[in-house]
Design a protein. Structure first.
Length: 399
């Protein structure tokens, strides 16, 4: 506890699948409360579903990177927080800059477009499962399946050569790491921008039918903006889905009753994916917002410039929205309204891609390997608590 009695963001988990218990306690007693930030700033933490939804749709609260502070210690964010958004980095922008970029991209990520891509994802999944069967157990499911599925798809969508995956995955891991230094994160971002910048200029043949090539041919974005959009989608597009897919598999293996329901009734897959997204909420430190003016909110006066962290994991466990035991995994529950992808104008652009990949991958995995199980005790699975996107570093499985 700091001298003022204001606590930092809780980080310690009692179980692999539940957020820190303090978040639920805060939600019940004081759903918007003072919070201490690593740089000494005193801001706010929002933990209720209703307040989170309200704040994320309120234009008085900015997403601009100039005002952002990381809620937990993250030196790698220093070069990017407190400074103007990088070109094309729309998650760090407000309207109208955000609107201009998002409108260019939204049509490429619709549910209809993802449905059209389903044969491609099915073929990728079957190929990876064939490789797993040929290799034989045990395998690391992250390396063999959970990471290549979204990496292949986002490369296909963007028009980025998959042969470059090792490089962009390495740089992406640095950017999402809580332990990376400012210099390491800056260098990783520079390498990614350089790589995507050359593609955006038309270098190489990998862009022929990809999104980046379409943006280049559109002519309204410059090479830096296209590179930035590419970096954002490339890193977020594989990191979050890989984490969700691996952690969901771990969760189902640890909840055999729910896995049995899913395998007995494949029609439950859509709802199961939504429940897993809600229950796990891999963006485990929430999203930052900053009031642009003094705002009366949730019974508190928030001053202009004070940092706010909206806890998505806490909001997604709120019993006022998700009745009947929200701390329990139930793939038959009504999951409408979960905020695993955020809310408002900054709601995750690639959410339909994530859904499509998980809906295809999870049933296929358990159909091919009905006896899939952990190859190590569950307590030996290494959790990625050192990353801004939560998941597992490795998931050894056998069958």
């Amino acid at each position: 506890m700091n001298p003022q009695g204001i606590l930092p963001h809780p980080v310690v988990r009692a179980t692999p699948f539940d957020p820190p218990v303090e978040l639920g306690q805060y939600r019940e007693s004081e759903p918007i409360r003072r919070m201490s930030y690593p740089d000494g700033h005193t801001g706010w933490l929002v933990t209720s579903h209703s307040l989170a939804r309200s704040m994320l749709s309120d234009p008085r609260f900015s997403a601009r990177s100039e005002f952002k502070r990381p809620p937990v210690s993250r030196p790698g964010a220093d070069p990017f927080y407190g400074a103007p958004a990088l070109p094309g980095w729309l998650v760090d922008m407000d309207a109208p800059q955000h609107t201009r970029l998002r409108q260019k991209l939204a049509g490429k990520f619709t549910a209809r477009r993802m449905k059209e891509m389903r044969p491609q994802i099915d073929a990728i999944i079957e190929g990876l499962l064939d490789d797993m069967a040929e290799t034989g157990p045990p395998v690391d499911l992250v390396e063999a399946f959970a990471l290549p599925v979204p990496s292949l798809m986002i490369c296909e969508l963007l028009g980025v050569p998959y042969s470059e995956r090792a490089e962009f995955q390495r740089n992406s891991e640095t950017l999402f790491s809580l332990n990376a230094t400012a210099d390491e994160a800056s260098a990783a971002m520079d390498r990614l921008y350089g790589f995507l910048r050359e593609l955006a200029k038309g270098a190489g043949g990998g862009l022929n039918d990809g999104l980046l090539n379409m943006l280049r041919e559109d002519g309204t974005l410059d090479a830096e903006e296209i590179a930035g959009v590419g970096v954002l989608l490339l890193t977020a597009g594989h990191e979050s889905t890989s984490s969700s897919l691996a952690l969901s598999t771990f969760t189902l293996l640890s909840h055999p009753d729910q896995l049995a329901l899913l395998t007995a009734d494949p029609s439950l897959v859509d709802n199961a994916v939504e429940e897993l997204l809600r229950y796990l909420t891999v963006f485990h430190f929430g999203v930052p917002r900053t009031p642009l003016e003094d705002v009366e909110f949730g019974g508190q006066l928030l001053r202009a410039g004070e940092s706010v962290t909206v806890s998505l994991p806490a909001a997604n466990r709120d019993p006022d929205w998700f009745a009947d035991g929200p701390d329990r995994l139930d793939i038959t529950r009504k999951t409408s309204g979960h905020m695993a992808f955020g809310y408002g104008i900054h709601q995750c652009l690639g959410q339909n891609l994530v859904r499509m990949e998980m809906r295809a991958a999870l049933p296929a995995l358990f159909r091919r390997f009905p006896r899939l199980s952990l190859a190590v005790p569950s307590e030996e699975v290494p959790l990625s608590t050192d990353m801004s996107v939560y998941g597992v570093h490795r998931l050894p499985v056998t069958w």
